[in-house]
Design a protein around this ligand. Structure first.
Ligand code: UN1
Length: 512
């Protein structure tokens, strides 16, 4: 492994400024009461300060998006699609600029940062197609000369709250779909990633100007949890789509429910893979390493548990440990790097604590766990992804620690593997590695994985945008992105139309 050197903070700040300027963001640096530090986990240092008052105040933003709603609602959906099409073109043009900002703010390696922007472009393509396919159904009426229809209408202002780890893709999933659905959007990104938010907003604003859409269809609100409070509590925001921790979900879900608002929640994951004796271990090892160590363990879909048949456990763990020892950890801008930094000190402390608890529970750390590059940047937290063999699924294994720790459990019978798999509070993503069709089909059947995503012979992370994304239990139950997840962004009306000259009542009721 090579201990690569890190870029300097001043160099990162310059690179960020260049990318922002290319995307058309200007006038964001400064001070003021609500000023925000833009920081890079690459060095752990502040890059510069984003002026207080950059972006809108949430109340103002909700009012502006609310005022733009009627005109946007009344714009034909395929015309709304033209805005998203233009956004997709601008994202394609500025793919590298945005990816640079994702690397600078979230610490993702170049390829994953570009992948995140590709995910934005992909959802724009999908949403443009959707804009001509927002379809309802016709249903059979029980009455002669009547028809029963379902129609779908724009909802209103959608509040989007997103996390640091996918600072722009998750915004795009929500925003591209909400916009073609005729909704307007107020976005509160993570306070850790204001720059990617400013750049994406600048691109969307350009697309709005280019296509003549109402300028209030989108507003950006910067700040911490306080800044998002009006989105959570305002009756003028019929839908809140929030991605983040279970703790955040527990805080906001009851408040949204108390006003009968709708929520799409994407909270924690504690994603596992079952590896059966018939698995192709080469393929499994590759899938596991990408899902468990990739993105430094900071995806909601990161693989955190491995449930391996005892006949193949030693061999698989030995292979994984070998690959882990060779992982290049360091500067995410370096082509050789596979593992960039953790987002910050708290993530590192959480990782340390989890490893200590795992060891206290009888776990054995078979790879990684150490800190790297502390000499080069004491405020940056580079860690070796860890593999820990556990004697059982103890409390720490049932929690989501947002860091690269893979707990390994063993099983004898497939039933036991399924039981262990589902015995955690979270239900986002899952996979089985097997060449036995019965096991694969059992895993994806009703009594198999209880997650929103259940894969066969690929890892738990890196879902395509074409499917609906989200999970069950404490993951929150929401679905975003593809398939018919768009329905969550619209309101449904049932229409009964009588085209006869009679007035028969339903259920055979006679009334005079
Ligand atoms: C997240 O970590 O919040 O499936 C989203 C994946 C990505 C999205 C992850 N497409 O890993």
């Amino acid at each position: 492994t090579s201990e690569n050197t890190l870029p300097g903070t001043a160099e990162l700040a310059e690179r960020a400024r260049r990318a922002l300027a290319a995307c058309g963001a200007a006038g964001y640096e400064g001070s003021g009461p609500n000023a925000l530090s833009a920081r890079s986990p690459i060095t752990g240092q502040d890059l510069f300060t984003v002026a207080g008052g950059t972006g809108s105040d949430a109340h103002e933003a909700i009012a502006a998006a609310g005022a733009a709603f009627p005109a946007w609602r009344d714009t034909p959906a395929p015309v709304r699609g033209a805005l998203v099409k233009r956004l997709g073109e601008l994202l394609t043009e500025h793919k590298q600029d945005l990816a640079d900002l994702v690397t600078i703010e979230a610490g993702k390696i170049g390829s994953e940062a570009l992948g995140e922007v590709q995910e934005m472009i992909d959802i724009c393509d999908l949403a443009v197609g959707m804009s001509r396919q927002l379809e309802g159904r016709t249903l059979a009426s029980e009455r002669p000369g009547h028809k029963l229809l379902e129609t779908w209408h724009p909802l209103g202002v959608v509040g989007v709250i997103s996390a640091f780890n996918f600072p722009v893709a998750v915004w795009a999933w929500n925003t591209a779909v909400a916009l073609v659905c005729g909704d307007t959007v107020v976005w509160k990104p993570s306070e850790l990633t204001p720059l990617t938010a400013l750049a994406s907003t600048a691109l969307l604003e350009r697309a709005i100007a280019d296509t003549g859409a109402p300028e209030g269809v989108h507003r950006l609100v910067l700040g911490g949890a306080d800044a998002a409070a009006p989105l959570v509590d305002s009756p003028d925001v019929p839908l809140v789509s929030a991605t983040g921790s279970e703790r955040m979900g527990r805080e906001i879900a009851p408040r949204i429910a108390a006003r009968f608002g709708r929520a799409i929640l994407e909270l924690g994951g504690n994603n596992a893979a079952i590896v059966t004796p018939s698995a192709d271990l080469d393929l499994a090892a590759r899938g596991i390493v990408f899902s468990a160590a990739g993105t430094a363990g900071q995806r909601c879909t990161t693989m955190r548990r491995l449930i391996v048949h005892e006949d193949v456990a030693d061999e698989l763990v030995a292979r994984l440990a070998k690959v882990y020892t060779g992982l290049n950890i360091g500067d995410p801008f370096s082509e050789e790097t596979l593992v960039g930094p953790l987002v910050g000190e708290r993530a590192h402390a959480a990782m340390r604590t989890a490893l200590e608890r795992a060891v206290a529970d009888g776990g054995e750390v078979v790879a990684g766990g150490g800190r790297r590059l502390a000499g080069a940047a004491q405020d940056a937290y580079y860690v070796e992804p860890a593999i820990v063999r556990m004697p059982g699924q103890t409390d720490v294994v049932k929690e989501e620690t947002f860091a690269p720790i893979l707990y390994v459990l063993t099983y004898r019978a497939f039933d036991e593997a399924l039981a262990l798999h589902n015995d955690v509070p979270q239900g986002l993503s899952s996979s089985v590695f097997t060449t036995d069709q019965r096991e694969a089909d059992r895993f994806t059947a009703s009594a198999g994985s209880d997650c929103g995503i259940a894969n066969v012979n690929i890892g738990t992370s890196g879902a395509e945008i074409g499917g609906a994304f989200g999970g069950e239990k404490t993951t929150g139950g929401g679905r975003e992105s593809g398939s018919d997840a768009w329905r969550g962004y619209m309101r449904r009306a049932t229409n009964t139309v009588n085209y006869s000259t009679e007035l028969p009542l339903a259920q055979g009721v006679n009334f005079g």
